[in-house]
Every structure is written in structure tokens, then in C-alpha cells.
Design a protein around this ligand. Structure first.
Ligand code: MBD
Ligand code: FE
Length: 285
């Protein structure tokens, strides 16, 4: 295990994820809370669902206070983005993507950062001189639902390194390492050289880790590439791609794997791997 792995604490990555959320998303929530009737419905049903669990399981005061302590510590650790994206977001995405005609998407997770370095259609993601991991050539085409190429589509990519760590959320990694915004060519084609990421382990030293340990669960997500694919006049697709046969593809702690998102890169001569994956974007609604 490298030095950076040892220093990637829950509190540090949680604080970064919380700051990130506040900057990018928390300002856009005013509209969601403006409809009193809607908030009444959602809050009433959510609270009522908790009441049902308490009655059905005859929850004790000891358990109630353990819950209270745990909820307080999730906030202190900055792990609300992690908790929500791991255990809740996949159902929000399921509802949001139900009518999609084009490519399947999945959850965004807590580690997207807008504004990654712009790259041409054929490029290499920013990486260290000695970046560890199996080289991966990821190529494909972006089209609309009737097959028309989407000239100049934007492919934002972010991923963990060979230690399962994300730049800007673990210390000691260059700011934009393994993060880039690739502009596809006139036919919507792209070819990006990167490395195959390692599986991601939820920090074990924070509140989410404590829940996992107390419940006897495991903390792993399968190795994955994150993507946002966008083009003018089209719905932005947020997706992740997983690797066939990889660890935890069948039991992702974040429940975000779909069969359409599992790729199987083929070995190429130099010890690397290569895969073609095309994206189909829905028209903007
Ligand atoms: C991740 O890397 C991730 O993608 C999600 C969804 C949750 C935690 C860590
Ligand atoms: Fe991730």
C-alpha cells in the first residue's frame, strides 16, 4: 500500500466531498423546496417509513440513541455525500433515467469535479510520469437516438488510480490526475488513453465505514470509469463503466452496476487493453 493510501482519511475526503457539493449543487436546490405540498408529501412519507421500521422491529432507546450518535458523526466526518451517493442515489437515478431511449446511465457519486482540462478527440488523460496500472485505450462514438453523429460532443472522464484513489479527494495526487474533458471529433468519435482503475474501497475509518462494519457488509465498489457525455440539444448522460469479471461487479456496495455498463477490453500487444464503447444521447426534453 502506498503512502498516499495511508493518508486518505475519511475526514479529509469527506470534507472535500462536502465542499464540492456545496459549490456545485447546493445552490440549485431552492426550486425543489419551493413547492410546499410536495415537500409535505415527501417529508411526511419519509418520516412515516421510519416509524414503520421502528414499530416492526421494536426499536429500543439504546438503538435510537446509537442512531442519533451515528447521524451526528456522519455530518462531522463530512460523509453525507458519500452515504447518500452510495446507498440512496441509485434509486433517484433509476427514476430519473426510466424514460431514457439512449445509453443507460448510472449514479454520479461524490467525486465529480467540473472544469477538468480540455483535451482533443485523440488524447491521453493527465497522469503522472510513472502512473501505475494497466494501460487502457478507450474509444468510441457519440450519436443521437437516430444514429446521427454528434459532432464535438464533450466526454468528461474521471476515475480512481491504481490505488483506488481520486485526485482532489486523496492527498498527494496532482490536481487533475486521471480527469479530463475530451471533445469528440466531427463524427462524434474519441480515443482516450488512460489506465484501468482499481476497485474503490469506502473509507473504513469514518461513519460510513462504521456502519458497514456494524452491519457486516463490505466496503467495495468495482473498478469503474466515470463519464459525463454531453452535446448541445441533448440530455447529458452520467454513466460509469465496469470491467467484466472484475471484483465486486456482482456486489457493488453502491448498487450502481447495470449489465449494459460492463465492458470487456481486449488485450493488445504491449500489455495494455483496448475497448470500443459508443454512447447514444437522448434529445433534450
Ligand atoms: C465512488 O468512487 C463512487 O463512484 C461512488 C458512487 C461512491 C463512492 C465512491
Ligand atoms: Fe467512483
Amino acid at each position: 500500500m502506498s503512502d498516499t493510501t495511508l493518508k486518505a482519511t475519511a475526514a479529509a475526503s469527506g470534507a472535500s466531498a462536502t465542499d464540492r457539493f456545496r459549490t456545485d449543487k447546493a445552490t440549485a436546490t431552492a426550486q425543489a423546496v419551493a413547492d410546499t405540498e410536495r415537500v409535505n408529501t415527501l417529508a411526511t412519507e419519509l418520516i412515516s417509513a421510519v416509524h414503520d421500521v421502528i414499530r416492526q422491529n421494536r426499536v429500543t432507546y439504546e438503538e435510537y440513541n446509537a442512531l442519533k450518535a451515528w447521524l451526528i458523526s456522519v455530518g462531522e466526518d463530512g460523509e453525507w455525500p458519500l452515504f447518500l451517493d452510495v446507498w440512496i442515489e441509485h434509486v433517484v437515478e433509476e427514476v430519473a433515467g426510466a424514460d431514457r431511449k439512449g445509453s443507460k446511465g448510472t449514479i454520479e457519486g461524490p467525486y465529480y469535479v467540473p472544469g477538468a482540462p480540455g483535451l482533443p478527440s485523440v488524447s491521453t488523460l493527465p497522469m503522472r510520469e510513472d502512473e501505475a496500472g494497466t494501460p487502457l485505450l478507450f474509444q468510441g462514438q457519440v450519436t443521437g437516438v437516430t444514429g446521427e453523429p454528434l459532432s464535438g460532443a464533450l466526454l468528461e472522464m474521471w476515475q480512481a488510480d491504481d490505488d483506488g484513489l481520486y485526485a482532489q479527494f486523496a492527498p498527494g495526487i496532482p490536481e487533475w490526475n486521471l480527469r479530463g474533458a475530451v471533445t469528440a471529433d466531427d463524427e462524434g468519435r474519441f480515443a482516450v488513453l488512460t489506465i484501468q482503475p482499481a476497485p474503490y474501497q469506502i473509507p473504513t475509518d469514518g461513519s460510513c465505514g462504521a456502519l458497514i462494519a456494524a452491519a457486516g457488509w463490505h466496503p467495495w465498489r468495482p473498478a469503474h470509469l466515470h463519464l459525463k457525455v454531453s452535446a448541445p440539444g441533448h440530455e447529458t448522460l452520467t454513466a460509469q463503466l465496469y470491467f467484466r469479471g472484475g471484483e465486486h461487479v456482482e456486489d457493488d456496495v453502491a448498487s450502481a452496476v447495470k449489465p449494459e455498463l460492463v465492458i470487456d477490453p481486449r488485450p493488445v500487444g504491449d500489455g495494455g487493453r483496448q475497448v470500443t464503447y459508443d454512447f447514444v444521447l437522448d434529445p433534450a426534453s
